[in-house]
Design a protein around this ligand. Structure first.
Ligand code: GLP
Length: 245
């Protein structure tokens, strides 16, 4: 694990984006695993800037998002599809067919999870996987539990996650109760993981994830097993990890 700690958020975003840009510039057919949430927004802004400055092209890149809410279609403002369109897809040369997100409004959600997993199998090992962590240690929507699923699956969201994520919705009742998420096994197959976390609220869970035992009750702790994990943290999130860097 390679931990990079930044005082300035923009420098963190730039360093994490540069790690992704370097992968694409080393392989124009690169495959990327993408995450949503507030944390990677700055990274996506830096990717857009790099594209605008002709430092990177997404022309032959393919992307796979790690999750989507059940019941939210592409046009729903809180869908992860809409998030990705807003922050990245509409701003760089990535068009329909190049990016993939589980279909949250599939009639058969379990079937959709299988279809998505099959797509990932064809894609093979992703070149880089961007990840962050939820306050309860979840990765994508792999919630804490005594067993962790390795492949894409339908998940019941914990009440804690629904509460935390309700900040993006008009009210708690609008937050879906289920989602489709890539399993940790698939994410862990990526050649490189670019992990980002920001803010003091994440400090305690990061200590458990990166400085504690590997425990399915802290899904993020599984990332310790990845051979090429790059961690980008601000000083607040890194509060309890400084001694590891
Ligand atoms: C969501 C996503 C996760 C993300 C987490 C943290 O639940 N499924 O992929 O890591 O939220 O989001 P934020 O970056 O807003 O704290």
């Amino acid at each position: 694990m390679n931990i990079n700690i930044f005082k300035i958020e923009e420098e963190l975003d730039l360093a994490a984006a540069n790690a992704v840009v370097n992968v694409i510039n080393g392989n124009s057919n690169a495959t990327l695993g993408l995450a949503t949430g507030e944390t990677p927004i700055g990274l996506y802004q830096k990717l857009v800037q790099a594209y605008e400055n002709e430092q990177v092209s997404f022309k032959r890149v393919t992307t796979y998002n790690i999750d989507e809410y059940a019941g939210l279609g592409k046009a729903h403002p809180q869908s992860f599809y809409a998030f990705m369109k807003t922050h990245l897809f509409s701003k760089v040369n990535l068009s329909e067919g190049q990016f993939h997100i589980p279909n949250g409004v599939a009639v058969d959600l379990a079937g959709e999870a299988k279809r998505y997993e099959a797509l990932l199998k064809v894609a093979g090992q992703l070149d880089v996987q961007i990840l962050s962590i939820g306050l309860n240690g979840h990765i994508g929507f792999n919630e804490p539990g005594h067993t962790l699923r390795t492949e894409t699956h339908v998940v019941n969201l914990t009440e804690e996650t629904r509460q935390v994520n309700s900040k993006a919705f008009p009210s708690l009742t609008d937050v879906p109760k289920q989602a489709i998420t890539m399993g940790l096994g698939t994410m862990m197959k990526a050649k490189k993981i670019v992990f980002i976390a920001k803010g003091e609220a994440k400090a305690a869970i990061l200590k458990q994830a990166f400085n504690g035992p590997i425990d399915p009750l802290v899904p993020g702790s599984l990332l310790q097993l990845h051979p090429n994990l790059e961690v980008y943290l601000d000083t607040k999130a890194a509060k309890y990890l400084m001694e590891l860097s």
